[in-house]
Design a protein around this ligand. Structure first.
Ligand code: ADP
Ligand code: ASP
Ligand code: MG
Length: 439
């Protein structure tokens, strides 16, 4: 069994959906995970925002605009009148549901229910298309088996048991379609795996059914050596280890959801990154196979805040770091980077939730400074601790960049630096030239 995940662009138009049917109907058993059509989740976020701020007219207009788009999709997607009617009925059910919130109280739960509509619609339409083309397939509702626990982590035991139960209901069926991104939480409510979460759905399902391979199909020919949204000359990387891919995903390579590599790594299932627009391109293979030492890629993560705690008492005081980290632990706040000196420690976090309370508590230990609008730039590859030259090449490349923090030696796969976000592009360009020889 293989898992194939198709992102927003891959289902972004009726033509793309037709090409997708071609791509997946080779008779081999597979579970196909679909995202919402591109732009839909963003539109649903805007609708939620308008409802949250009680701008009901604005929400109504946004809903109408999105419904118009889907009406056109349904018109174009199907060739028979019967399928078209089924499509229109589906669309009106979902949009009547969205409209119902323009009169109701609006809560976080309802926001999550709204965000789930994109994947529910794309998969239902795609299943109708397969039915019209007489391809035997079953639509598996992700809400019947995808679940996160109280820590917002996938409940692998529940998922494994329930997806197997769902699959066993359909002996003889080789093609299953399901929604990416959406799940239930600990309370059984509709929730999601955070933006870009369909990749995570694919690797979680892959681990649950012990798939032979997970394929992430998107709009680019694999993981590139630098962020193609920022830097012009980049190239696809043929092979990555799970650890390298996990570092790149976590530190900003948008092609992968930040934590989606772990389930595949845990079960040692190779992940291929492939391009729907160029299906024959080699793409990237992520596996446990060792790779040569050297620089593989750089990525950048924005929205970083640095917190610096300076204390006379840190000098020779064991227990100081523990006390500082306990504050972050109490607020369940992950720390991305840490650097220390004899009198100070700096850490970075990737959102400002609870920051005011955290800073207030840290004030007890010394003088606290907070800096925002920063980016972590991560250099990923294999840098054995006993091999010279890697730090030298990086420092050389960054000769003209004011670097705020450096984290080296935490793992052999990642060297991270912190810069002002306004210098991100310059930093990525400098590394592209210095480490990869690309202008
Ligand atoms: P999908 O909707 O298919 O999930 P995404 O937009 O989430 O697609 O991810 C693909 C995009 O990731 C690419 O179009 C590219 O702009 C962006 N991206 C950022 N960094 C990288 C990288 N290092 N390699 C490849 N793509 C990257
Ligand atoms: N549709 C969701 C999003 O836009 C999930 C995904 O595309 O992976 O974030
Ligand atoms: Mg994505």
């Amino acid at each position: 069994m293989k898992i194939l995940k198709f992102g927003g662009t891959s289902v972004g138009s009726p033509q793309r959906m037709h090409s997708l049917v071609e791509l997946i109907t080779d008779g081999k058993p597979k579970i196909v995970v679909l995202s919402a059509m591109s732009g839909t989740t963003n539109a649903l976020v805007d609708i939620s925002q308008a409802l949250y701020s009680k701008e009901h007219d604005e929400a109504g207009q946004l809903i109408a605009a999105l419904e118009k788009k889907y009406t056109e999709v349904v018109n174009e997607l199907f060739s028979s009148e019967t399928s078209r009617l089924k499509g229109f009925e589906l669309i009106s059910t979902h949009f009547d549901y969205l409209r119902s919130f323009t009169r109701d109280l609006f809560t976080v739960n309802e926001e999550r229910a709204i965000l789930a509509q994109g994947e529910l619609i794309s998969t239902a339409l795609f299943q109708f298309l397969l039915e019209e083309k007489q391809v035997a397939s079953v639509l598996l509702p992700a809400l019947n088996f995808m679940r996160i626990n109280a820590n917002a982590e996938p409940d692998m035991e529940y998922i494994t048991e329930n997806i197997r139960y769902e699959l066993n209901k359909y002996p003889g069926i080789e093609l299953f379609i399901t929604q990416g991104y959406i799940c239930r939480n600990d309370y059984g409510e509709t929730d999601n795996l955070k933006r870009g979460g369909s990749d995570y759905t694919a690797t979680i399902i892959g681990a649950a059914v012990r798939a032979e391979e997970i394929q992430i199909w998107t709009d680019i020919d694999g993981m590139h050596n630098n962020d193609p949204r920022v830097v012009n000359s980049t190239y696809p990387i043929a092979k990555l280890t799970f650890d390298e891919a996990a570092e790149l995903a976590y530190f900003g390579a948008k092609i992968l959801h930040p934590t989606c590599i772990l389930p595949a790594k845990n079960e040692n299932i190779p992940v291929k990154l492939l391009n729907t627009l160029q299906p024959d391109a080699a793409g990237t293979i992520i596996s446990s196979e060792n790779q040569a030492e050297g620089f593989r890629a750089v990525a950048a993560k924005d929205g970083i805040t640095a917190i610096n705690i300076k204390s006379g008492r840190m000098l020779l005081a064991y227990g100081f770091l523990r006390a500082v980290f306990e504050v972050f632990e109490r607020y369940r706040k992950p720390i991305d980077m840490i650097t220390t000196s004899e009198v100070a420690v700096s850490v970075t976090v990737d959102n400002t939730d609870d920051l005011v309370n955290i800073v207030e508590e840290l004030n007890e230990f010394g003088t606290v400074n907070v800096d925002s609008d920063l980016s972590i730039v991560s250099i990923v590859g294999l840098f054995p601790a006993d091999k010279p030259g890697y730090a030298g090449s990086i420092f050389d490349a960054l000769r003209n960049i004011p670097v705020r923090m450096i984290s080296y030696g935490g793992s052999e796969n990642n060297i991270s630096i912190l810069v002002d976000t306004k210098l991100k592009k310059q930093t990525l360009l400098a590394l592209n030239k210095g480490l990869f020889g690309l202008e």
